[in-house]
Design a protein around this ligand. Structure first.
Ligand SMILES: NC(=O)c1ccc[n+]([C@@H]2O[C@H](COP(=O)([O-])OP(=O)(O)OC[C@H]3O[C@@H](n4cnc5c(N)ncnc54)[C@H](OP(=O)(O)O)[C@@H]3O)[C@@H](O)[C@H]2O)c1
Length: 205
């Protein structure tokens, strides 16, 4: 299938490695200008250098910002005022005994995995609808529907993304903007490697 995204600008959150980096390459190869996002400027620059090899000639824009908070979202808006394709890929994951997940951890999972995506949707959806074209994608997980006992906080955040995407899809219906979630399954990434190493050292249910 040939997809031509030339003239479109995309932002992929959490794209210095893993699934986000792969999505950034695919969008760049299809002709989009792509914002590559991570928290650290140097890591974003290194990632862009490696992604550029995989998508020669692509326009890759460094977007160093922690998108889990207001300030980071404001920085993103400065660096990329117009986005046509928003891929809300950022998500943290980890295992914990369900009875020991603290209120602070529950809040952190909601802030990083859900609210960050909602905030960016609020930022970019109005422009997309005005221009009559846009794509918003959330990266959910099989843990949204098959909740692991040791990852209830993570599962909750991914189930919430299904609700958020469904609601925004209804809001955007008929405007030329589509809003969807993808339920990703286990994927070998650097983040998952860290997670697995951490798991084997812990006593979990
Ligand atoms: N891998 C799987 O098996 C799997 C399965 C189902 C769903 N998913 C979902 O897929 C998505 C990506 O997973 P992954 O395994 O590719 O992740 P990963 O390897 O852990 O990569 C995480 C990315 O997010 C960036 N990041 C972390 N916190 C950030 C923040 N506050 N602001 C901006 N960027 C931030 C990291 O960049 P820096 O460190 O440079 O900031 C990195 O690029 C997540 O939503 C995950 O829940 C993954």
């Amino acid at each position: 299938m040939q997809i031509d995204l030339s003239g479109r600008t995309a932002l992929v959150t959490g794209s210095t490695q893993g699934i986000g980096a792969a999505v950034a390459v695919a969008l760049a190869r299809a002709g989009a200008r792509v914002g590559v996002n991570g928290r650290d400027e140097r890591r974003v620059a290194e990632s862009i250098a490696s992604l550029a090899v995989q998508a020669p000639g692509a326009e890759l824009v460094p977007v160093a910002a922690d998108v889990s908070g207001d300030e980071g979202a404001a920085r993103v808006a400065e660096l990329l005022p117009q986005v046509d394709i928003l891929v809300n890929n950022l998500g943290v994951f980890g295992a914990a005994d369900p009875l020991e997940i603290t209120d602070a951890e529950w809040r952190r999972y909601f802030e990083v995995n859900v609210l960050a995506a909602v905030r960016l949707t609020r930022l970019y959806l109005p422009g997309m609808t005005e221009r009559g074209w846009g794509r918003i994608q959330y990266v959910a997980s099989d843990s949204a529907v098959a909740i692991p006992a040791e990852m209830i906080h993570y599962g909750m955040s991914k189930t919430a993304l299904l609700a958020v995407s469904r609601g925004f899809a209804k809001k955007a219906a008929g405007t030329g903007v589509t809003v969807n979630s993808v339920i990703a399954g286990p994927t070998h990434t650097a983040g998952v490697e860290d997670f697995v190493y951490e798991l084997v050292d812990r006593d979990l249910p």
